[in-house]
Design a protein around this ligand. Structure first.
Ligand SMILES: [Zn+2]
Length: 153
């Protein structure tokens, strides 16, 4: 018998929040980046997690926007999510790794904060246009020390 965990298919208690996180394989097996976020933002409960390389790029870039918005919208409509977290990380390959993002520390955090705020504006416009302006959006960044930084403002 293998060691896989049984899924309770009748448990619909999750999905009240949505996390858009990167596909980065350093976070395998599956969710090593998520526990620090859940500690920093306990209000997330057991969120839907959508994985897309570069996270905010998918909202900022019009060519990739439809897929990201479709998945976020499905999380809101099917699972009742009322909070979407856009979650970037240090040394993101989709952004050309740390060398193209400020080379770590405060500079890299600021780079990602700027990108996250651009992505938030696209998502906010979509939510308002679709009668979902009550859905909250938060921004977070996983830094080089595996600490979650909540991006304010
Ligand atoms: Zn990444």
């Amino acid at each position: 018998m293998n060691q896989t965990t049984k899924i309770n298919w009748h448990d619909h208690s999750g999905g009240k929040a949505t996390v858009l996180a990167c596909m980065d394989p350093r976070f395998a097996p599956e969710s090593l980046d998520i526990p620090p976020l859940l500690l920093a933002m306990p209000e997330l409960g057991k969120p839907d997690v959508i994985r897309l390389a570069g996270v905010g790029q998918n909202l900022i870039n019009p060519e990739h926007r439809a897929g990201a918005l479709h998945s976020i919208n499905l999380s809101i409509e099917a699972h009742g999510s009322g909070l979407v977290v856009l979650y970037h990380h240090y040394d993101c390959g989709a952004y050309g790794s740390t060398k193209k993002c400020g080379d770590g520390g405060e500079a890299e955090r600021k780079f990602h904060a700027t990108e996250l705020k651009k992505a938030r504006e696209v998502l906010r416009s979509f939510l308002v246009a679709n009668g979902k302006s009550d859905v909250a959006i938060k921004l977070a960044y996983l830094d080089e020390d595996t600490e979650v930084v909540i991006i304010e403002g």
